[in-house]
Structures are given as C-alpha cells and as structure tokens.
Ligand binder design. Sequence first.
Ligand SMILES: N[C@@H](CCC(=O)N[C@@H](CS)C(=O)NCC(=O)O)C(=O)O
Length: 217
Amino acid sequence: MTVTITAFERSPDGGKGLARDTRVRWALEEAGIPFEVRHVSFAAMKEPAHLALHPFGQIPTYEEGDLVLFESGAIVFHIASRHAGLLPDDPSARARAITWLFAALNTVEPPILELSTAKILEGDKPWSEARMPLVKDRVRARLAQLSAHLGDADWLDGAFSAGDLMMVSVLLRSRPSGILDEYPNLSAYVARGEARPAYKRAYEAQLRDAIAAGSPG
Ligand SMILES: N[C@@H](CCC(=O)N[C@@H](CS)C(=O)NCC(=O)O)C(=O)O
C-alpha cells in the first residue's frame, strides 16, 4: 500500500532537515518503507483539502490507504509499531523506548521550540532581549538533565529505537542556538543519529526537495 506524507513546498529552514517531515522520512527509511511526498504551500495547508488530513493545518501528515494520521509522534509510533527495528520486542524495553519518544516530544522539545519562537516570532519585541537568557536557560536545564542521563552510552536505553530517533530529531532543533554544543555527549549522540544511513537518506531527500523548490537557504 502506498504511503504518502506531506512536507513543506518551500521549507523555511532551506533544507536543514529541521521541519518535522524529516523525522517521519527517517522512520520510514529505517523501516524500509517506500513512500511518496506531497509538497504543500503555506496557503494550501490552511485549505479544506489539507485540513481534512490535518485539523491544525500543518505538516507532516501520513496517508496509508484509508488511514490518515497527523502529529509526527503518532506517525513515527505507527511506523515503529508495525515494522521491525524501531522498537524492541521485549515488552518492558518497548515501553521504555515509547517513554523516550514521549519525553522527546513532551519534555525536551517544548523549551527548544520556545527558544525558536522567541527568536523568530518575538525577536523584534522590546522585551525580547531581556527574556532571551531565561528562555535559553530553560533549554540548558533540560539538556543538562538529558546529558546526565545519557552519560557515555550510545543510545538512551540499549539499542537505537524510535525514542532515539525522536530525541535526536528534537535536539537537532537546538543546534542552531549553539546550546547543543555545550553538551559534548549530546552532540556526539546527535552525530551518531545523523550518521545512520537511514537518516542520511531522509536528510538528503528533503534537501533535494528544498533545493528544487528554491527554498531560502
Ligand atoms: N506537534 C506537531 C507540530 C507540527 C508542526 O508544527 N508543523 C510545522 C512544520 S515543522 C508546520 O506545519 N508549521 C506551519 C504552520 O503551523 O502553519 C507534530 O509534531 O507534527
């Protein structure tokens, strides 16, 4: 059955792989599932046809026959649940990997997202400069905790899992701020994720799309 996902027609990051379709592409590549990508403009995302797939008018979405999903976490979980390689077979290890998937999205991504919002959408506000150290320290607080947990392990809980895929994807969004580099073990962890052949395929495909669309780089 053909799998189709949606991605930005012109990614605002110019192909740096930070848009959330990249994590879905990565999961599909890890699972060895062929897929097609439908590119949508910002305007089209708010039109009824796309809103029928995604009630919040965003990307990514996932279509597989009659099944339509949105939310990158739900999509990655769906892929990981049905294909070997992204979740352990042992029930307890599986539950822990899923916990890390949720932790990436619910605990680590919010302060990182807040920093992007503060810079991109609020950077011109008179109070922005005064608030920035506070927002950055919230990111540091989370990364310090994650760094302490990871220690010198390769992955968060044994073998690479969907939890690592999501955590690496989320941490990548903190790299432009320079904060990720303050935690050498997290930088190395992200580099291990980026070195996976499936990640490279996903990254290169979204970059090719961005270049073809003439996205701002
Ligand atoms: N929680 C959602 C967030 C989706 C999201 O914010 N998508 C962004 C791209 S990475 C988007 O579509 N932004 C355009 C918009 O919100 O209008 C997920 O993980 O899928």
